[in-house]
Design a protein around this ligand. Sequence first.
Ligand SMILES: *Cc1c(COP(=O)(O)O)cnc(C)c1O
Length: 458
Amino acid sequence: MELPFAESWRIKMVEPIRMSTRAEREQWLREAHNNVFQLKAEQVYIDCLTDSGTGAMSDRQWSALMLGDESYAGATSFYKLEEVIKRLFGMQYVIPTHQGRAAENVLFSYLVKEGQVIPGNAHFDTTKGHIESRKARAVDVTTDDAKDTQLEVPFKGNVSLEKLERVLAENRGRVPFMVLTVTNNTVGGQPVSMENIRETCALCHRYDVPVVMDSARFAENAYFIKTREPGYADKTIKEITAEMYSHVDAMTMSAKKDGIVNMGGFIGFKNKEWYEGAKLYCIPFEGYITYGGMNGRDMNALAVGLDENTEFDNLHTRIHQVQYLASKLDEYGIPYQRPAGGHAIFVDADKVLSNVPKEEFPAQTLTCELYLEAGIRGCEIGYILADRDPVTRENRFGGLDLLRLCIARRVYTDNHMNVIAAALKNVYDRRHEITRGVAIEWEAPLMRHFTVQLRRLG
Ligand SMILES: *Cc1c(COP(=O)(O)O)cnc(C)c1O
């Protein structure tokens, strides 16, 4: 008999969680104005809000904390982290920051000027925010594959070379760099192929445009290259990572994802000139250059996390779990962005709650229903997040309306996946009875999804 799959770790410390009653959840969700961001974490049974900073550190990472060097300047912890970043990514210069958006803030303060254009494969929202707040424009050049959630293609996060070339040709002299995001978070944690990385970088370099890799989930991307792209099956994750980064010029990293730490980030540079330029913004925004936004112990834990999470077994355990959840949804016929991404399942709420009109926010309604069903907290990535058109102030209903279920790294077991799938099935089975959604009672003028207050209709 073939042995079944099992995790590549065992559990040394546990954290109790408690299932609530439906009556409790109804009251809590009302008090939270039908916005799951407003819930207290203890009111949640299984938390799939985000995979950011929610991973479980290993015993090696916890022990590395104890060896943290908290010296203000030149701490050994900085040099440990720098050594790992040089070795894995070939980045010769490193600035630690407190998280990914801080890396963007420091680098873009140096690089981005008013009127410039920065192409990218679906810029993450903070990335876009840091471009737009400097009066520059972020232009999406992702392939159209991702718009169809049911299309099965292996690298749905890819850059469209035609779209990219058009932007580069029409904006000569106005493109300071391109942002290549791996995996492509915004379209569902979908990977970018090595071939596409190579061709994208070659095209940019032909136009003298450097490439910055937005690297939050670089290791998951490397896993997909190994398991899906011809020619990579026998290469290690570390070899694939080195090849991915051989093509780009710099990187920003939210270490809260594939670094498996609760807080942290960094910028890596190959080019000394950019490093020298960005350094000037690190000191006022983040801190002195050998700690930036991090303390010594966290730099130590990150150095270990990067090394561990570029090992196949660790990534295989993780992505296997996301795919396991996807296989349960397949069994129940629940539609999601296919194939399953690296860090989350994106349920196609428009298709599930097809009786709820767009104007009543189906994905937000599904988010509420799943919480009421079993205390599971997902997150709307849909019409509420898409916000209003800045000029007409109309809601933007043009994109996808998804319920994102993020899976924290090394935190939940496959039994928790079974609960998530069963709860979704229960909601799915009564989808025809759900005909009314939610209405906005109050919203902030910007980034409304965090604080929006909603009323349940019907
Ligand atoms: C999370 C994320 C960021 C921002 O990082 P934070 O650590 O949350 O500030 C940037 N880009 C991508 C692709 C991300 O997923």
